[in-house]
Design a protein around this ligand. Structure first.
Ligand code: HSE
Length: 435
């Protein structure tokens, strides 16, 4: 290979992941030069506090406390945004793109909120945005969709895209325990954020699903239009009944192409316990992609953490640098500029359901509930009623699973059942995915 060509890199924000990026750039520099022909040189790194001790060494003069220095340095060709949050990260990213620099970011919340403006700016200024690290950390899912599977129409994706919720559900399944106490343990062990709201309520997974759908289906689904439910209402009873029925509960992010429209949803799901995705444990992530030519494929790995995330950032850097140096142009911009589009309305989605009703144990209760299901055209698949004790005296859990039914039909049946005087608590409804 001819002599490697130099490309200047700037980093805005050097937290844990930023230090991982610097470490990998230093460790793998010779390989990038010899195998890929690129010499990635870190020219500028903006941090809040220059005097803070760091785990990595940088040449003198690289550190600055002014992000403008990174953006305005003519030798910086690619900017890595590693600040997180919406502002001022969004402003810095926009200005870097407007200056014609390529951008690497792991900031899925920023892409979800301001992706339209950023992708527009990239297209207008002949720049590129790479965001492998924003979805599933170290798993090369975006690269697989854009490059490895380019010959396929993507038919569907099923993902465990959030490590926090997968950790909690795994512990509830394998060790037992209530959601709240396991969340606290996860926080103590560093597997959940101090404020895990966006993980627990499905927002993080919906943002990731939106980014994956952009690439897989060439559609810009705003994350707030994706059907979304979190896991805080899942109880040990549901975990146990799911097991009894042969299922494991997972927070799934699902997107499917259906006659030109996209079905997209994030919610807890009962999946068959033998399925690959049911056996993705702890904080790990996995995505099953079904391509028109390859059929199903599963990618599995760490969705967060210093070096897994840095691995994805550096992979983007090498890719962008190569494109700039060999073709002098961005690659993805035509794909990036997409008008927002709505997914299939939730009411039209069809799935099977697991329903747990808390009912007084009296003659006729099951018949009454079954009649309401039959009136809205929902076919019952299984029924379990056992004399398990609950807090209210005289009530039992009644578990009904259904065959496939429209979401709208299930909602109207549940509204009616909820009004019965034999029901003592809000019914628990969880969708079933056969995978
Ligand atoms: N908080 C995310 C998770 C990792 O729990 O998977 C970053 O996207």
């Amino acid at each position: 290979m001819s002599d490697p060509k130099t490309i200047g890199v700037g980093l805005i924000g050097m937290g844990v992941v930023g230090e991982g990026v610097v470490q990998l750039l230093q460790e793998r520099s010779d390989h990038f030069k010899s195998a890929r022909g690129v010499d990635l040189v870190l020219k500028r790194v903006a941090v809040r506090d220059i005097s803070k001790p760091r785990d990595v060494e940088l040449p003198t003069g690289v550190l600055t406390d002014d992000a403008n220095v990174v953006i305005e340095d003519p030798e910086v060709r690619i900017v890595i945004e590693n600040m997180g949050g919406l502002e001022p990260a969004g402003e810095f990213c926009l200005r870097a793109l407007q200056a014609g620099k390529d951008l690497v970011t792991a900031n899925k919340a920023l892409l979800a909120e301001q992706g339209g403006d950023l992708f527009d700016a990239a297209a207008r200024h002949n720049a590129d945005i790479a965001y492998e690290a924003s979805v599933c950390g170290g798993i090369p899912i975006i690269r697989s969709l854009t490059d490895g599977l380019v010959a396929n129409r993507i038919e569907s994706m099923y993902g465990i895209l959030n490590g926090t919720t997968n950790y909690i559900l795994t512990k509830m399944t394998d060790k037992g325990g209530e959601f709240d106490s396991i969340l606290r343990q996860a926080q103590d062990l560093g597997f959940a954020e101090a404020d895990p709201t966006m993980d627990i309520d499905g927002t993080d997974a919906a943002q990731k699903l939106s980014l994956l759908s952009r690439i897989a289906f060439h559609t810009a689904l705003p994350p707030n239009l994706i059907l979304k439910e979190g896991i805080s209402h899942i109880s040990p009873l549901d975990i146990d009944f799911a097991k009894e029925l042969g299922y494991t509960i997972k927070l799934l992010a699902i997107a499917k192409s259906k006659a030109g429209r996209i079905e997209a949803r994030v919610h807890p799901s009962l999946v068959p316990s033998g399925a690959l995705l049911a056996n993705i444990k702890d904080e790990f992530n996995a995505v099953e992609i079904v391509g028109s030519a390859v059929g199903p494929q599963v990618l599995y790995g760490r969705g967060a953490g210093q070096l897994p995330t840095a691995s994805a950032v550096v992979s983007d850097l090498v890719d962008l640098a190569e494109r700039r140096l060999t073709r002098n142009g961005p690659s993805r911009s035509p794909l990036s500029v997409l008008p927002p589009s709505a997914p299939i309305p939730p009411e039209e989605i069809e799935t099977s359901f697991y329903c747990r009703f808390t009912v007084y144990d009296r003659p006729g209760v099951l018949a009454h509930i079954a009649r309401i299901f039959s009136e809205v055209g929902i076919s019952i698949a299984t029924v379990i009623q056992q004399g398990r004790s609950e807090t209210e005296e005289g009530t039992v859990p009644l578990i009904i699973t259904t065959h496939k039914a429209k979401e709208a039909s299930m909602r109207s049946a549940v509204d009616e059942i909820n009004n019965l005087d034999v029901i003592t608590r809000k019914p628990q409804i969880i969708r079933i995915e056969q995978l």
